[in-house]
Design a binder for this molecule. Structure first.
Ligand code: CO
Length: 209
């Protein structure tokens, strides 16, 4: 377990190491950021966005919340998407879930968890809608993992339906929204294969074709 003072010591070592390999690194970052990707992921400490894709400061714009949700009325997430797309000109939005997500598991449970149940209701809606097919799966863990995938698909659709994505596509900008999932057990990412690059592709995904 690290201590608070240990965090500052780690930070000094990290900054020194980077400066040794590239003395201009931090000065270049001060002048601009031009991340090619926006990452929308879970807050889970085991899924650190930059680390698992090997990206340095300045290369990944990040928004994380419990269970990687894109909620139409969430000003926090919407503001991040707008800034990324319209100001930073980020062309790839990656919605990344992870297997075994505690938020997804909690959404499937009938016992109350307090305030967070209001947030998890977005996942519970997906669960109720797909309950029949989920019940065909062998066990609880398989159902959680499948719901993690279904949740990513739903959040890709939600991101595509924001005014920000719709307007970017309307302007003919090359914006792609990807649905990925991460497996904590082996450290590997998987593309779930339903990226959308236009309003038409989004419609097709919503129709399930
Ligand atoms: Co999670």
């Amino acid at each position: 377990m690290k201590t608070l003072s240990g965090l500052f010591e780690s930070n000094r070592q990290w900054a020194a190491k980077i400066t040794r390999s590239d003395p201009e690194f931090f000065q270049k970052l001060v002048r601009q950021q031009s991340p090619a990707f926006l990452w929308i992921g879970c807050s889970d400490s085991r899924v650190p966005a930059n680390v698992i894709v090997g990206l340095q400061p300045g290369e990944l714009f990040v928004h994380r919340n419990i269970a990687n949700l894109v909620v139409h009325s969430d000003m926090n997430c919407l503001s991040v998407i707008q800034y990324a797309v319209e100001v930073l000109k980020t062309r790839h939005i990656i919605v990344c879930g992870h297997y075994g997500c505690g938020g997804v598991r909690a959404a499937m449970e009938s016992r109350p968890h307090g305030l967070i149940d209001n947030w998890l209701a977005h996942i519970r809606d997906i669960y109720e809608e797909r309950r029949d097919e989920l019940m065909l799966l062998a066990d609880e863990d398989a159902r959680v993992d499948r719901l993690c995938e279904l949740n990513v698909a739903e959040q890709v659709k939600n991101a595509g339906n924001t005014t920000i994505a719709q307007e970017a596509w309307g302007r003919g900008e090359p914006l792609v929204i990807h649905g990925w999932i991460y497996r904590i057990a082996n450290g590997l990412l998987k593309d779930l294969g339903f990226s959308v690059a236009s309003a038409e592709e989004l419609k097709a995904l919503e129709r399930g074709s």
